[in-house]
Structures are given as C-alpha cells and as structure tokens.
Design a protein. Structure first.
Length: 73
C-alpha cells in the first residue's frame, strides 16, 4: 500500500463537506444561553443543605474539627 492508495481510501471513507460555512449562525444562541438566568434545582438545594447539615453535625460532635476546617479555608 503506497501513499496514493491510502489517500484515495481516506478520501472515499471521509468525503469532503458540502459547504465551507455552517448552516446557521451559532453566536445568537450562545449569547442567549449566557444571558439566561440560572436557577437552583431541588437536587442542588438538597445537596447544599445536606452538606451544610453534615458539617454542622460533625462540628457539634467533634469541636476540634473546627481547627481542621479553619486550616483548610
């Protein structure tokens, strides 16, 4: 197999795209997604509350863990 044969095989396997330009302009949809307000879902809220409760319970049981927590912040 030489280079020319390999090039022909690759060209037949991956044909050239029909157009050089995209079918539509993507920038307006990107701007809309950036400007859209994000809201917390129930899962996000429950995970945040669970982590906060876990930290509070841990600090209530192990008060010396406050030093460890302060060291890492």
């Amino acid at each position: 197999m030489n280079e020319e044969h390999l090039r022909c095989l690759l060209c037949s396997a991956f044909p050239k795209p029909e157009g050089d330009k995209p079918s539509r302009d993507l920038w307006p949809s990107i701007v809309c997604r950036i400007e859209a307000s994000t809201a917390w879902s129930r899962i996000d809220t429950s995970v945040a509350v669970g982590v906060g409760a876990g930290v509070a319970i841990t600090l209530a049981i192990l008060p010396k863990a406050l030093l460890l927590l302060a060291y890492h912040l």
